[in-house]
Design a protein around this ligand. Structure first.
Ligand code: CU
Length: 111
């Protein structure tokens, strides 16, 4: 699983957890959300760096085996956010990529 980012709402601390937890394939967050990413690694040191659609780095933290680093970000702007690795981690470092969507809030209907 090296060189792959995985989103889950459940803790992943070992390879054994991978078959047990529910993986989120398409992460979608409502605009206005405060999100806490709890970032770890099950192999080597990586990085978890979030970029907005303009390519601006909006936050980053290390992904380290044996540690859970918390990255809290507030997403006001709807759009697609890319996640890249900023720590050289091996031959496929440059392919480490995932993304998620921040959707415009739908006004609550009032009946
Ligand atoms: Cu890397």
């Amino acid at each position: 699983m090296q060189f792959v980012f995985i989103f889950s709402t459940e803790p992943v601390t070992s390879r054994d957890d991978l078959g047990q937890v529910q993986i989120i394939n398409e992460l979608e967050l409502p605009a206005g959300s405060m999100v806490e990413f709890r970032v770890t690694s099950i192999d080597v040191n990586h990085n978890f760096a979030v970029y907005n659609e303009d390519g601006v780095l909006v936050g980053q933290t290390q992904a380290m085996p044996g540690y859970v680093n918390r990255l809290r970000l507030h997403f006001d702007q709807p759009g697609r956010y890319d996640v890249l690795c900023l720590e050289y981690c091996g031959l496929a470092h440059h392919v480490m990529h995932t993304a998620f969507t921040v959707s415009a809030q739908v006004p609550a209907s009032r009946g």
